[in-house]
Design a protein around this ligand. Structure first.
Ligand code: GLV
Ligand code: MN
Ligand code: MN
Length: 399
């Protein structure tokens, strides 16, 4: 499975993946998913929001146990974020068949569309639509850098944008959702445990900061006459970092757009995206409010107008304690239950948890690096992840 996936959407220079929603690379990943489902005799379907499903047992049955993750990536993403969950799901199903498991609940593997939001700016669009946390109207408003809307891109990929919308009947048929994911930090790295269980996802969101200044000549405009939005932007980045350091939150400006983007021109507009996360919503709120205030104040000094737009927000997710504890015990050994850890990363599991009992497994990542070509998990740990997922599915779905 890894060999098939490895070349899809891989950038030759960076070695990272560029598998953005509804692009050719995404289509190739989706074709791979369908082929894996069909090769195993699973019932394959695409739901109204473009998410893919592979069913063992009745797709219309109730109390289904669902696993899976996503196949899209961030710009220059690693091989594991998303695909590890999908590959492990197919491998866990193979393992259960090898064990001769007798299922008494339907089991499905899902590939949720556009988890990273790399192209249209909103993470988890596929699961948000299904859960009713993104309306069809809002999806139609999402635009990529070329102005193509989410729904148009979906239509060009051969799907019907008229059909998108909440899918409560589907969610009501799911008894449990378990997403396996590469760990995106180092909580497991220095422990003897290759697999942990998620406790919570920090609240997080994305805010667009528009700094409007005045374009002018870099060689002739006196410093005192400039209205340079790059200065306000730069000071805002420092203010965000400073506030995050003081409060234990995280704040990142990782994407920027500059107009007109000329070496010898003062910018007219700098647009920067703040990704911020914190252990609790109050800390996150205070950070964003304070960074916005500081940007506006700095803008007054610099002659720059600042506008801030919240593009997405995901409240704190506390995974169902019963399921979390059941998994931690099932995966425990003589040392005790498997480690239980929170994460600052967002996941489809976090979105679905509002409607379905949901849990996550994390596979050890030796460096903690993620959203980068250097993202890694050792083969032994990946195998341990597959076996852990098989154990969990067996526990939940078998007699
Ligand atoms: C998804 O990986 C996110 O947390 O940004
Ligand atoms: Mn990710
Ligand atoms: Mn992911």
């Amino acid at each position: 499975m890894w060999r098939d996936l490895a070349p899809i959407g891989r950038d030759r220079d960076s070695g990272g993946y560029r598998r953005f929603a509804w692009t050719g690379a995404d289509a190739d990943c989706r074709a791979w998913f369908e082929a894996q489902a069909r090769a195993r005799g699973l019932a394959y379907e695409v739901d109204r929001n473009g998410n893919q499903w592979a069913w063992l047992g009745d797709p219309n049955g109730t109390d289904a146990v669902v696993t899976g993750s996503h196949l899209d990536s961030v710009p220059d993403g690693g091989a594991f974020d998303g695909p590890l969950g999908v590959v492990s799901s197919f491998a866990a199903l193979d393992e259960l068949r090898r064990r001769g498991a007798e299922f008494d609940r339907p089991v499905a593997i899902a590939n949720f569309g556009d988890e990273e939001g790399a192209r249209f700016g909103l993470a988890c669009a596929g699961s948000r639509l299904t859960a009713g946390q993104l309306s069809p109207g809002q999806a139609a408003e999402l635009r990529d850098a070329d102005g193509v809307s989410w729904t148009t891109a979906m239509e060009r990929a051969g799907l019907d944008p008229e059909a998108i919308g909440p899918d409560p009947e589907r969610l009501a048929r799911i008894g449990a959702f378990v997403e396996l994911h590469v760990e995106q930090g180092r909580a497991l790295a220095d422990t003897p445990h290759p697999v942990g269980v998620a406790s919570a996802i920090w609240p997080h969101g994305r805010w667009r900061f528009d700094f409007h200044g005045e374009a002018n000549h870099a060689g002739t405009t006196r410093l005192v006459d400039r209205r340079d939005p790059m200065l306000t932007y730069a000071r805002t980045v420092l203010a965000a970092r400073d506030h995050a350091e003081r409060t234990g939150a995280l704040a990142t400006f990782g994407k920027i757009q500059v107009d007109p983007n000329g070496v010898n021109a003062i910018a007219s507009l700098v647009r920067g995206w703040l990704d911020s996360r914190a252990a609790d919503e109050r800390t996150l709120d205070e950070l964003v409010t304070s960074v916005e205030r500081s940007a506006v104040e700095q803008g007054v000094t610099d002659g720059v107008k600042v506008a801030v737009t919240r593009e997405s927000f995901t409240p704190v997710v506390e995974f169902t304690h019963d399921l979390r504890d059941r998994l931690a015990h099932r995966l425990g050994d003589e040392r005790g239950p498997a480690p239980v850890l929170p994460t600052g990363a967002g996941h489809d599991a976090g979105i679905l948890s509002a409607a379905v009992p949901t849990a996550m497994l994390f596979v050890r990542n030796p460096t903690g690096v993620s959203h980068s070509p250097a993202e890694h998990a050792a083969e032994d740990d990946c195998v341990a992840g597959v076996l852990a997922l098989a154990d969990v599915l067996e526990d939940l779905a078998c007699r």
